[in-house]
Design a protein around this ligand. Structure first.
Ligand code: COA
Length: 344
Protein backbone atom coordinates (compact mmCIF):
# COMPACT_ATOMS: atom_id res chain seq x y z
CA UNK A 1 0.00 0.00 0.00
CA UNK A 2 1.44 3.45 -0.87
CA UNK A 3 2.64 5.31 2.25
CA UNK A 4 0.56 8.36 1.50
CA UNK A 5 -2.78 6.56 1.95
CA UNK A 6 -3.71 7.09 5.56
CA UNK A 7 -7.25 6.86 6.86
CA UNK A 8 -8.15 7.44 10.49
CA UNK A 9 -10.51 9.04 12.97
CA UNK A 10 -11.09 12.76 12.45
CA UNK A 11 -13.97 13.30 14.88
CA UNK A 12 -15.77 11.53 17.71
CA UNK A 13 -19.12 12.10 19.36
CA UNK A 14 -21.76 10.43 21.48
CA UNK A 15 -25.19 10.71 23.00
CA UNK A 16 -26.20 9.48 26.45
CA UNK A 17 -29.75 9.77 27.77
CA UNK A 18 -30.18 12.12 30.74
CA UNK A 19 -32.08 9.56 32.78
CA UNK A 20 -29.74 7.80 35.27
CA UNK A 21 -30.65 4.39 36.75
CA UNK A 22 -28.67 3.59 39.91
CA UNK A 23 -28.13 0.32 41.74
CA UNK A 24 -30.34 1.71 44.51
CA UNK A 25 -33.13 2.13 41.92
CA UNK A 26 -32.67 -1.51 40.85
CA UNK A 27 -32.88 -2.68 44.48
CA UNK A 28 -36.48 -1.43 44.36
CA UNK A 29 -37.32 -3.40 41.21
CA UNK A 30 -35.63 -6.81 41.71
CA UNK A 31 -34.06 -8.80 44.54
CA UNK A 32 -30.52 -7.45 44.27
CA UNK A 33 -28.07 -5.19 46.09
CA UNK A 34 -25.61 -2.46 45.25
CA UNK A 35 -22.89 -4.65 46.79
CA UNK A 36 -23.70 -7.68 44.57
CA UNK A 37 -23.88 -5.60 41.39
CA UNK A 38 -20.60 -3.81 42.06
CA UNK A 39 -18.77 -6.98 43.10
CA UNK A 40 -19.94 -9.08 40.12
CA UNK A 41 -20.14 -6.42 37.40
CA UNK A 42 -18.53 -3.15 38.55
CA UNK A 43 -21.59 -1.24 37.29
CA UNK A 44 -22.75 1.72 39.40
CA UNK A 45 -25.10 3.62 37.08
CA UNK A 46 -26.54 3.37 33.58
CA UNK A 47 -28.48 5.71 31.30
CA UNK A 48 -31.94 4.68 30.16
CA UNK A 49 -33.89 6.29 27.30
CA UNK A 50 -36.81 8.41 28.42
CA UNK A 51 -39.80 10.00 26.73
CA UNK A 52 -39.00 11.24 23.24
CA UNK A 53 -35.71 9.32 23.01
CA UNK A 54 -35.17 6.39 20.66
CA UNK A 55 -32.36 4.45 19.05
CA UNK A 56 -32.53 6.68 15.99
CA UNK A 57 -32.76 9.94 17.95
CA UNK A 58 -29.65 8.95 19.94
CA UNK A 59 -27.87 8.05 16.69
CA UNK A 60 -28.71 11.41 15.10
CA UNK A 61 -27.33 13.30 18.11
CA UNK A 62 -24.13 11.22 18.22
CA UNK A 63 -23.56 11.67 14.47
CA UNK A 64 -24.06 15.45 14.68
CA UNK A 65 -21.67 15.69 17.61
CA UNK A 66 -18.96 13.66 15.79
CA UNK A 67 -19.31 15.77 12.63
CA UNK A 68 -19.07 18.97 14.67
CA UNK A 69 -15.95 17.66 16.42
CA UNK A 70 -14.37 16.74 13.07
CA UNK A 71 -14.92 20.20 11.59
CA UNK A 72 -15.83 18.71 8.18
CA UNK A 73 -18.89 19.63 6.19
CA UNK A 74 -21.52 16.85 6.40
CA UNK A 75 -21.70 16.97 2.57
CA UNK A 76 -18.23 15.40 2.46
CA UNK A 77 -19.59 12.14 3.90
CA UNK A 78 -19.96 9.37 1.33
CA UNK A 79 -20.76 6.39 3.53
CA UNK A 80 -22.29 5.52 6.85
CA UNK A 81 -22.54 2.25 8.77
CA UNK A 82 -24.49 1.91 12.00
CA UNK A 83 -23.85 -1.05 14.31
CA UNK A 84 -27.20 -1.64 16.02
CA UNK A 85 -29.27 -4.53 17.39
CA UNK A 86 -32.31 -2.84 18.89
CA UNK A 87 -33.79 -0.84 16.03
CA UNK A 88 -36.70 -3.26 15.76
CA UNK A 89 -38.23 -1.59 12.74
CA UNK A 90 -37.35 -0.19 9.32
CA UNK A 91 -36.10 1.85 7.51
CA UNK A 92 -32.57 1.53 8.88
CA UNK A 93 -31.11 3.85 11.51
CA UNK A 94 -28.56 4.87 8.87
CA UNK A 95 -31.31 6.04 6.50
CA UNK A 96 -32.94 8.06 9.29
CA UNK A 97 -29.61 9.64 10.29
CA UNK A 98 -28.78 10.46 6.67
CA UNK A 99 -32.11 12.21 6.27
CA UNK A 100 -31.64 14.14 9.53
CA UNK A 101 -28.20 15.30 8.39
CA UNK A 102 -29.68 16.43 5.08
CA UNK A 103 -26.94 14.77 3.02
CA UNK A 104 -27.25 12.94 -0.29
CA UNK A 105 -25.26 10.50 -2.39
CA UNK A 106 -24.35 8.42 0.66
CA UNK A 107 -24.12 4.63 1.01
CA UNK A 108 -25.86 4.23 4.37
CA UNK A 109 -26.86 0.98 6.07
CA UNK A 110 -27.06 -0.80 9.43
CA UNK A 111 -24.94 -3.70 10.61
CA UNK A 112 -26.16 -6.30 13.12
CA UNK A 113 -23.12 -7.79 14.85
CA UNK A 114 -24.12 -7.76 18.51
CA UNK A 115 -22.01 -5.56 20.75
CA UNK A 116 -19.27 -5.70 18.09
CA UNK A 117 -21.39 -3.69 15.66
CA UNK A 118 -19.21 -0.61 16.05
CA UNK A 119 -16.01 -2.50 15.15
CA UNK A 120 -17.72 -4.09 12.14
CA UNK A 121 -18.91 -0.62 11.09
CA UNK A 122 -15.46 0.94 11.37
CA UNK A 123 -13.99 -1.93 9.34
CA UNK A 124 -16.61 -1.51 6.64
CA UNK A 125 -16.27 2.27 6.40
CA UNK A 126 -12.46 2.03 6.42
CA UNK A 127 -12.43 -0.62 3.67
CA UNK A 128 -14.83 1.39 1.58
CA UNK A 129 -12.92 4.67 1.89
CA UNK A 130 -9.69 2.82 1.12
CA UNK A 131 -11.20 1.19 -1.97
CA UNK A 132 -12.64 4.47 -3.26
CA UNK A 133 -9.28 6.16 -2.80
CA UNK A 134 -7.13 3.40 -4.29
CA UNK A 135 -9.38 2.42 -7.20
CA UNK A 136 -11.07 5.69 -8.08
CA UNK A 137 -8.77 8.32 -6.59
CA UNK A 138 -11.66 9.70 -4.57
CA UNK A 139 -10.90 10.96 -1.07
CA UNK A 140 -13.95 11.26 1.15
CA UNK A 141 -15.28 10.74 4.64
CA UNK A 142 -17.48 8.18 6.34
CA UNK A 143 -19.26 7.77 9.66
CA UNK A 144 -19.14 4.58 11.73
CA UNK A 145 -21.54 4.32 14.62
CA UNK A 146 -22.62 2.05 17.45
CA UNK A 147 -26.03 2.60 18.99
CA UNK A 148 -28.35 0.50 21.11
CA UNK A 149 -31.30 0.77 23.43
CA UNK A 150 -31.12 -2.54 25.25
CA UNK A 151 -33.54 -1.24 27.89
CA UNK A 152 -36.32 -1.92 25.35
CA UNK A 153 -35.60 -5.66 25.26
CA UNK A 154 -34.53 -6.16 28.87
CA UNK A 155 -36.67 -8.25 31.19
CA UNK A 156 -37.01 -5.86 34.13
CA UNK A 157 -38.05 -8.75 36.39
CA UNK A 158 -34.86 -10.77 35.74
CA UNK A 159 -32.07 -9.74 38.11
CA UNK A 160 -29.44 -11.72 36.18
CA UNK A 161 -29.76 -9.46 33.14
CA UNK A 162 -31.51 -6.19 34.06
CA UNK A 163 -28.64 -4.89 36.16
CA UNK A 164 -26.21 -5.05 33.24
CA UNK A 165 -27.46 -2.86 30.44
CA UNK A 166 -27.77 0.80 29.50
CA UNK A 167 -28.64 2.85 26.42
CA UNK A 168 -26.50 5.16 24.32
CA UNK A 169 -24.86 5.99 21.00
CA UNK A 170 -21.36 6.78 19.76
CA UNK A 171 -19.97 7.86 16.40
CA UNK A 172 -16.66 8.48 14.66
CA UNK A 173 -15.99 10.39 11.47
CA UNK A 174 -13.33 8.57 9.44
CA UNK A 175 -11.32 10.07 6.61
CA UNK A 176 -7.91 10.95 5.12
CA UNK A 177 -5.31 11.92 7.75
CA UNK A 178 -1.65 12.98 7.78
CA UNK A 179 -1.09 10.84 10.89
CA UNK A 180 -3.23 8.94 13.39
CA UNK A 181 -4.38 6.22 11.05
CA UNK A 182 -6.13 2.88 11.29
CA UNK A 183 -3.42 0.22 10.93
CA UNK A 184 -5.42 -3.01 10.78
CA UNK A 185 -8.88 -4.39 11.47
CA UNK A 186 -10.21 -7.89 12.04
CA UNK A 187 -13.73 -9.25 12.53
CA UNK A 188 -15.08 -12.74 13.03
CA UNK A 189 -18.40 -14.43 13.78
CA UNK A 190 -18.91 -17.75 15.56
CA UNK A 191 -22.55 -18.68 15.03
CA UNK A 192 -22.16 -21.86 17.05
CA UNK A 193 -22.44 -19.73 20.22
CA UNK A 194 -25.46 -17.78 18.99
CA UNK A 195 -27.91 -19.23 21.52
CA UNK A 196 -25.87 -18.01 24.52
CA UNK A 197 -27.11 -14.46 24.07
CA UNK A 198 -30.17 -13.82 21.96
CA UNK A 199 -33.42 -12.02 21.41
CA UNK A 200 -36.28 -14.21 20.23
CA UNK A 201 -37.66 -13.31 16.85
CA UNK A 202 -41.26 -12.32 17.16
CA UNK A 203 -43.01 -10.97 14.14
CA UNK A 204 -42.09 -13.91 11.92
CA UNK A 205 -42.78 -16.89 14.20
CA UNK A 206 -46.01 -18.87 13.79
CA UNK A 207 -48.51 -17.93 16.50
CA UNK A 208 -48.44 -21.37 18.16
CA UNK A 209 -44.66 -21.10 18.69
CA UNK A 210 -44.85 -17.79 20.49
CA UNK A 211 -45.74 -19.60 23.74
CA UNK A 212 -42.10 -20.73 23.97
CA UNK A 213 -40.88 -17.18 23.84
CA UNK A 214 -40.07 -14.88 26.70
CA UNK A 215 -42.10 -11.70 26.58
CA UNK A 216 -42.50 -8.43 28.25
CA UNK A 217 -45.75 -6.61 28.10
CA UNK A 218 -45.68 -3.05 26.79
CA UNK A 219 -48.46 -0.84 25.54
CA UNK A 220 -50.77 -3.87 25.34
CA UNK A 221 -48.35 -5.58 22.97
CA UNK A 222 -46.08 -8.56 23.61
CA UNK A 223 -42.40 -7.93 23.00
CA UNK A 224 -39.60 -10.47 23.37
CA UNK A 225 -36.77 -10.26 25.93
CA UNK A 226 -33.08 -10.66 25.62
CA UNK A 227 -31.93 -13.97 27.17
CA UNK A 228 -28.40 -14.83 28.20
CA UNK A 229 -26.37 -17.71 29.66
CA UNK A 230 -24.21 -15.30 31.72
CA UNK A 231 -21.36 -17.54 32.96
CA UNK A 232 -20.93 -19.17 29.51
CA UNK A 233 -20.94 -15.76 27.81
CA UNK A 234 -18.27 -14.66 30.26
CA UNK A 235 -15.87 -17.44 29.27
CA UNK A 236 -16.33 -17.01 25.50
CA UNK A 237 -16.07 -13.22 25.84
CA UNK A 238 -12.67 -13.26 27.51
CA UNK A 239 -11.23 -15.88 25.17
CA UNK A 240 -12.44 -14.15 22.01
CA UNK A 241 -11.36 -10.63 23.03
CA UNK A 242 -7.83 -11.79 23.88
CA UNK A 243 -7.66 -13.72 20.61
CA UNK A 244 -8.89 -10.70 18.60
CA UNK A 245 -6.20 -8.43 20.04
CA UNK A 246 -3.51 -10.96 19.12
CA UNK A 247 -4.99 -11.53 15.65
CA UNK A 248 -5.16 -7.85 14.69
CA UNK A 249 -1.56 -7.31 15.80
CA UNK A 250 -0.44 -10.38 13.83
CA UNK A 251 -2.37 -9.21 10.78
CA UNK A 252 -0.64 -5.82 10.87
CA UNK A 253 2.79 -7.37 11.40
CA UNK A 254 2.38 -9.79 8.50
CA UNK A 255 1.20 -7.09 6.09
CA UNK A 256 3.90 -4.59 7.05
CA UNK A 257 6.92 -6.69 8.00
CA UNK A 258 6.56 -5.17 11.47
CA UNK A 259 7.14 -6.69 14.87
CA UNK A 260 4.62 -5.05 17.19
CA UNK A 261 3.92 -7.03 20.35
CA UNK A 262 1.23 -6.78 23.04
CA UNK A 263 3.65 -4.85 25.24
CA UNK A 264 3.86 -2.09 22.56
CA UNK A 265 0.13 -1.34 22.92
CA UNK A 266 -0.31 1.87 24.91
CA UNK A 267 -4.04 1.56 25.53
CA UNK A 268 -6.92 -0.85 24.97
CA UNK A 269 -10.60 0.03 24.60
CA UNK A 270 -12.46 -3.23 25.31
CA UNK A 271 -16.22 -3.53 24.94
CA UNK A 272 -17.60 -2.40 28.30
CA UNK A 273 -19.64 -5.51 29.15
CA UNK A 274 -18.63 -6.06 32.72
CA UNK A 275 -15.68 -5.00 34.89
CA UNK A 276 -14.70 -8.60 35.62
CA UNK A 277 -14.49 -9.34 31.89
CA UNK A 278 -12.40 -6.19 31.35
CA UNK A 279 -10.10 -7.22 34.23
CA UNK A 280 -9.72 -10.77 32.87
CA UNK A 281 -8.74 -9.38 29.43
CA UNK A 282 -6.32 -6.96 31.09
CA UNK A 283 -4.64 -9.79 33.03
CA UNK A 284 -4.42 -12.08 29.99
CA UNK A 285 -2.72 -9.30 27.99
CA UNK A 286 -0.50 -8.36 30.97
CA UNK A 287 -1.68 -4.73 30.92
CA UNK A 288 -1.46 -2.38 33.88
CA UNK A 289 -4.84 -0.84 34.90
CA UNK A 290 -3.89 2.55 33.42
CA UNK A 291 -3.59 0.94 29.96
CA UNK A 292 -7.17 -0.27 29.63
CA UNK A 293 -10.47 1.61 29.60
CA UNK A 294 -12.88 0.52 32.33
CA UNK A 295 -14.74 3.66 33.42
CA UNK A 296 -17.50 3.22 30.85
CA UNK A 297 -18.92 0.08 32.38
CA UNK A 298 -18.97 1.69 35.84
CA UNK A 299 -20.84 4.81 34.67
CA UNK A 300 -22.95 3.64 31.72
CA UNK A 301 -23.26 -0.17 32.11
CA UNK A 302 -23.13 -2.34 29.01
CA UNK A 303 -24.33 -0.11 26.17
CA UNK A 304 -23.80 -2.85 23.58
CA UNK A 305 -22.58 -1.58 20.18
CA UNK A 306 -22.17 1.94 21.61
CA UNK A 307 -19.76 1.17 24.44
CA UNK A 308 -16.43 1.74 22.67
CA UNK A 309 -17.19 5.09 20.96
CA UNK A 310 -18.91 6.33 24.14
CA UNK A 311 -15.61 5.65 25.90
CA UNK A 312 -13.62 7.57 23.28
CA UNK A 313 -15.31 10.78 24.40
CA UNK A 314 -14.31 10.16 28.04
CA UNK A 315 -10.71 9.73 26.91
CA UNK A 316 -10.62 12.40 24.16
CA UNK A 317 -7.22 14.04 23.71
CA UNK A 318 -5.47 12.05 26.45
CA UNK A 319 -2.81 10.08 24.53
CA UNK A 320 -1.50 11.86 21.41
CA UNK A 321 0.52 9.50 19.20
CA UNK A 322 -0.42 6.40 21.21
CA UNK A 323 -0.83 2.92 19.72
CA UNK A 324 -4.31 1.72 20.67
CA UNK A 325 -6.49 -1.34 20.17
CA UNK A 326 -10.29 -1.49 20.29
CA UNK A 327 -11.71 -4.94 20.92
CA UNK A 328 -15.20 -6.32 21.24
CA UNK A 329 -17.35 -9.42 21.40
CA UNK A 330 -21.10 -9.89 21.47
CA UNK A 331 -24.13 -11.79 20.35
CA UNK A 332 -23.51 -13.81 17.25
CA UNK A 333 -20.93 -14.45 18.62
CA UNK A 334 -19.34 -11.64 16.68
CA UNK A 335 -15.97 -10.27 17.73
CA UNK A 336 -13.44 -7.88 16.29
CA UNK A 337 -10.52 -5.54 16.86
CA UNK A 338 -9.01 -2.36 15.43
CA UNK A 339 -5.32 -1.42 15.70
CA UNK A 340 -4.78 2.30 15.27
CA UNK A 341 -2.45 5.17 15.96
CA UNK A 342 -3.82 8.26 17.70
CA UNK A 343 -3.06 11.56 15.93
CA UNK A 344 -0.02 13.34 17.45
N1 COA B 1 -28.34 -9.70 42.33
C1 COA B 1 -28.21 -10.68 43.25
N2 COA B 1 -28.02 -11.95 42.93
C2 COA B 1 -27.95 -12.26 41.60
C3 COA B 1 -28.11 -11.28 40.62
C4 COA B 1 -28.31 -9.97 41.03
N3 COA B 1 -28.45 -8.95 40.15
N4 COA B 1 -27.99 -11.88 39.40
C5 COA B 1 -27.79 -13.19 39.64
N5 COA B 1 -27.77 -13.42 40.98
C6 COA B 1 -27.59 -14.67 41.66
C7 COA B 1 -28.07 -15.85 40.84
O1 COA B 1 -29.46 -16.01 40.99
C8 COA B 1 -27.29 -16.98 41.47
O2 COA B 1 -27.94 -17.34 42.67
P1 COA B 1 -27.99 -18.88 43.13
O3 COA B 1 -26.58 -19.28 43.32
O4 COA B 1 -28.79 -18.80 44.37
O5 COA B 1 -28.66 -19.58 41.99
C9 COA B 1 -25.96 -16.32 41.85
O6 COA B 1 -26.21 -14.90 41.85
C10 COA B 1 -24.84 -16.62 40.87
O7 COA B 1 -25.37 -16.46 39.54
P2 COA B 1 -24.43 -16.50 38.28
O8 COA B 1 -25.24 -16.21 37.07
O9 COA B 1 -23.61 -17.76 38.31
O10 COA B 1 -23.49 -15.25 38.63
P3 COA B 1 -22.17 -14.80 37.99
O11 COA B 1 -21.13 -14.65 39.03
O12 COA B 1 -21.84 -15.58 36.76
O13 COA B 1 -22.54 -13.32 37.51
C11 COA B 1 -23.14 -12.23 35.46
C12 COA B 1 -23.59 -13.13 36.59
C13 COA B 1 -24.28 -12.05 34.50
C14 COA B 1 -22.75 -10.88 36.06
C15 COA B 1 -21.90 -12.87 34.79
O14 COA B 1 -22.18 -14.18 34.41
C16 COA B 1 -21.48 -12.13 33.57
O15 COA B 1 -20.96 -11.03 33.65
N6 COA B 1 -21.63 -12.70 32.38
C17 COA B 1 -21.33 -12.05 31.14
C18 COA B 1 -22.50 -11.22 30.79
C19 COA B 1 -22.24 -10.23 29.70
O16 COA B 1 -21.29 -9.49 29.76
N7 COA B 1 -23.11 -10.20 28.71
C20 COA B 1 -23.10 -9.23 27.69
C21 COA B 1 -22.35 -9.71 26.52
S1 COA B 1 -22.19 -8.44 25.30
Amino acid sequence: MPDKIKIGYVGIGRYLPENVLTNADLEKIVDTSDEWIIKRTGIQTRRIMGQGESVSSMAISAAKSAIEHSGIDAEQISCMRVGVNTHLRFPSVAAIVQDALGIEDVSASDIAAGCSGFIFSVEDVYNRLMTEWMLYGKKSYGIAMGVDGLSMVTDWTNRSTCVLFGDGAGAVVIGPVEAGEILATHTKTEGKYANLLELDEFLSVPLEDTKKMTFRHRNNTNYPFLTMAGPKVFAVAVRSMVSEVRTVIKKYNQANGANITESDIDYVFPHQANLRIVSAVRDALKLTPDRIFSDGVKKYGNTSAASIPIGYVDQRGKRPGALEVDVSFGSGFASGAILRRVAP
